[in-house]
Design a protein around this ligand. Structure first.
Ligand SMILES: Nc1nc2c(ncn2[C@@H]2O[C@H](COP(=O)(O)OP(=O)(O)OP(=O)(O)O)[C@@H](O)[C@H]2O)c(=O)[nH]1
Length: 440
């Protein structure tokens, strides 16, 4: 591993910055203020000192500078007054725009993807998470070799080459990046294989896995701590949890379940980052129950929930065949009494919603009970008819479920087995795969 992550906070900590939001009217239902707040939160998470902020309405983004010339001047003035070394543009900035804006502002420019990458770089905790973040970062930087600011400059030292980026140098840099990316991909394959083995081993244990998902800052880590009694990070930090954190918990009627805390979602997830989420998302895909933690005190709560739902669907954890889902409507302690009451009325009519305050602990017992009910209901007895020669299928059922009875005749075995919905789905997919394989 290079010094990639260790150095991640060196450049950002205490950097004076201003924030500019190019409002192209596509904030996913969010107001400009909320977007600026979120970006400020993200920046603060890696210690950037955000001194001022501005939202500018863009009718049509300019190819060269993104913002119009008057707007560029406005931002430049603000940056000067704030003595900013850094201008964070909360949107996508092309390499050319970045270069032109850096000239105009006499400051470094970083866009939303760059900012999120910095946070991931700092938060990634497992080997796989780190590799994926580094890969995403190299991919992102490869197009920005002309004048880079963030990791590449640091990696220049790490790679053992120095000097200004002349054309030859840029070519050499590109080659080094390509080589490094190829190496990282190979390392990732090895790590992912090992991880797959670990997961299989765990899944053979008959414990249900509950995954906490939610928008960044929704309160997942706080709830995780509440439910596990574990002293893991619960800081006023966004993305305190990039890599899965797992703990064993007890629920009413269920001795052992595994609770898994996952990365916070954000809107406009840059495509380069999707792979970097994999380590966490895979836990969600194979979970037996998904608890969607929502910050009901946030003005954009609905838009945030829609973002989370969209990503869940994208990764195949939503809809038909996906794990059962419940919602924990969090931070109710922050709501006005009449608002809390209105929500309680809605929740009372739904069996998949529980009002909680992870901070005070209110509603957490009800959440445990609901989780337990959902898990138990999903663990139904299934009747399976197998070819008696199919020892592998029988072994699979024994490994994943509770075999209650099995009766054998000459060529068939009939099995009554208690299986979760997720495992039942997996078993059938496995069988369908085998049938296809046999047929072809
Ligand atoms: N008032 C109040 N604050 C809460 C509650 N739950 C969490 N918080 C606060 O919200 C902030 C974010 O909480 P976290 O638990 O770190 O949120 P998270 O969802 O894990 O965040 P990411 O790691 O960014 O995904 C912290 O300051 C918590 O103290 C709650 O029920 N009430």
């Amino acid at each position: 591993m290079s010094g990639f992550n260790r150095q991640a906070d060196d450049f950002a900590r205490g950097a004076r910055a201003i924030l500019a939001y190019p409002d192209i009217g596509a904030g996913g239902g969010r107001g400009a203020d909320a977007r600026l707040d979120e970006a400020a939160g993200l920046a603060a998470a890696i210690g950037i000192d955000v001194r001022d902020r501005i939202a500018l309405r863009l009718r049509a983004p300019k190819a060269a500078t993104l913002f119009g010339s008057g707007q560029v001047e406005q931002i430049a003035t603000l940056a000067r007054m704030a003595e900013a070394e850094l201008v964070i543009v909360d949107g996508a900035v092309t390499p050319i725009q970045q270069r032109n804006l850096e000239k105009a502002f006499s400051a470094k420019v970083i866009d939303r993807t760059g900012l999120i990458l910095e946070i991931f770089g700092e938060r990634a905790a497992t080997a796989e998470g780190r590799l994926q973040v580094e890969l995403a970062h190299l991919d992102y930087q490869a197009g920005r070799l002309v004048r880079s600011w963030t990791h590449l400059e640091r990696q220049r030292g790490g790679f053992g080459f120095l000097g200004g980026p002349g054309e030859t140098q840029i070519e050499a840099d590109r080659r080094l990046i390509r080589d490094r990316m190829a190496r990282l991909r190979r390392e990732l394959e090895t790590v992912a294989r090992t991880r797959g083995l670990h997961r299989d081993r765990r899944q053979r244990a008959p414990w249900p896995v509950i995954a906490l998902v939610g928008y960044t800052n929704a309160g997942k880590s706080t709830l995780f701590n509440r439910m596990t009694g574990a002293d893991v990070m619960a800081q006023d930090l966004l993305f305190a949890t990039l890599d899965p954190t797992m703990r064993q918990i007890t629920l009413p009627g269920i001795d052992k379940a595994i609770l898994s805390d996952t990365v916070g979602f954000v809107s406009d997830l840059p495509t380069q980052l999707v792979a970097a989420f994999r380590a966490t998302l895979e836990e969600v895909i194979s979970a037996d129950l998904i608890v969607h933690v929502r910050d009901l005190s946030h003005p954009d709560s609905d838009a945030q929930a829609a973002d989370v739902e969209r990503v869940l669907t994208e990764i195949g954890a939503g809809g038909e065949g996906g794990a059962p889902r419940i919602e924990a409507w969090n931070k109710i302690d922050l709501l006005a009494p009449e608002q809390a009451e209105a929500l309680a009325n809605i929740a009372a009519r739904r069996d998949d919603v529980v009002l909680v305050s992870a901070l005070t602990g209110a509603g957490v017992d009800a959440l445990r009970a609901t989780a337990s009910t959902r898990l138990t209901a999903a663990n139904r007895v299934r009747h399976v008819d197998l070819d008696s020669a199919d020892g592998a299928a029988l072994a699979w059922l024994h490994a994943h479920g509770e075999v209650l009875a099995s009766t054998a005749s000459d060529t068939r075995v009939h099995v009554d087995v208690r299986l979760s919905d997720a495992d039942w789905h997996r078993f059938n997919a496995r069988r369908a795969g085998r049938t296809t394989a046999q047929a072809s």
